[in-house]
Design a protein around this ligand. Structure first.
Ligand SMILES: C[S@@+](CC[C@H](N)C(=O)[O-])C[C@H]1O[C@@H](n2cnc3c(N)ncnc32)[C@H](O)[C@@H]1O
Length: 296
């Protein structure tokens, strides 16, 4: 195609071509990704993009070149969030890229469980702020959601990977939240001075069994291994969380975690055997067992 023809391509034609390219690459929701990528390059939200398409607007040759380059990266299964540098989670616009786990929509429900619980604990005029820790915070998705949506909570965020921690630090700063303390370290040793003082321990830990390589290239090629794998049965970190949460939580404190859809029964049995009360498995929007809560 000549440069002259390229300059006349409409946004809709570009989105449609990109959609076909992404479908051929095996990307689910190819049309959504095509719209998001074109919107990113044109600096338009999805509503604005739809309006521009309805008006039959064109893209410039320079924009088309950029869309072609970024589209090629997405077609090779690089996550859209790495290409745009943004991951949207609840009310947050998080910076993400190589070295940090891209937060998933289903984790928004785990954050909701924690936010709902913390809101039942204290009113803003209370003296003693409820303390929450997010163990394995990654981009800071859960910790920053709790901190910004329940501003009177005091939130700690612990991350072992220095690469991920650099992204978290950036996200904490951008959020402007003053009630978050970020710690670079192993969750096993978290907050040694806070034994028995916390209201909530929350975690979306690595839980994939070591030999269960995820199907999607975006996951197995781009998410950090430390974020994914949890030993032979996937529960290694969850066993550690059990002990750490028992140490940190005050009586009645909440442990809330995310896990794989087939791990709910094993985790519930593990927690009951450790003496946790009110152990409950919760479902995601698709009805899969994806979260477990328990009280200290
Ligand atoms: C599945 S990711 C979840 C990240 C984030 N909480 C979210 O929900 O998007 C698990 C995170 O735990 C971190 N992690 C793994 N093992 C850890 C450990 N022993 N101590 C602290 N963080 C750990 C990983 O680096 C990764 O950021």
């Amino acid at each position: 195609m000549s440069a002259e023809n390229e300059s006349h391509e409409t946004i809709r034609e570009v989105v449609d071509a990109l959609t076909r390219q992404f479908e051929a690459a095996g990307i689910l929701d190819a049309h959504v990704d095509a719209e998001l990528l074109v919107g990113h390059v044109l600096e338009l939200g999805r509503g604005e993009l739809a309006a521009q398409m309805a008006l039959d607007r064109s893209v410039s040759p320079a924009q088309q070149t950029t869309i072609g380059e970024l589209g090629q990266r997405r077609a090779s299964r690089e996550p859209l969030q790495h290409i745009t540098g943004h991951a949207y989670f609840r009310n947050l616009d998080l910076a993400v890229g190589p070295g940090v786990f891209v937060p998933r929509p289903e984790t928004e429900l785990l954050a909701q469980i924690v936010i709902d619980h913390v809101r039942t604990l204290a009113q803003p005029d209370d003296d003693s702020a409820p303390i929450v820790v997010d163990l394995g915070t990654g981009s800071g998705a859960i910790a920053l959601s709790v901190a910004t949506e329940v501003p009177y909570a005091r939130v700690f965020a612990v991350e072992k990977s220095p690469d991920a921690h650099a992204w978290t630090a950036r996200n904490v700063q951008t959020s402007g939240a003053q009630n978050v303390t970020l710690i670079l370290g192993d969750l096993a040793d978290a907050l040694p001075d806070y034994d028995g003082q916390l209201a909530v321990v929350v975690s979306n830990p690595p839980y994939i069994p070591s030999d269960a390589i995820p199907r999607d290239p975006e996951v197995h090629l781009f998410d950090p291994k430390l974020a994914l794998y949890g030993g032979t049965d996937g529960l290694d970190i969850i066993r550690i969380l059990d002990g750490v949460a028992q140490r940190l939580l005050r009586s009645g404190g909440l442990l809330a975690m995310e896990h794989g859809e087939h791990q709910g029964a094993d985790i519930a049995a593990l927690l009951r055997a450790s003496g946790w009360r009110a152990v409950a498995t919760h479902q995601d929007m698709l009805g899969r067992d994806r979260y477990t809560t328990a009280l200290r």
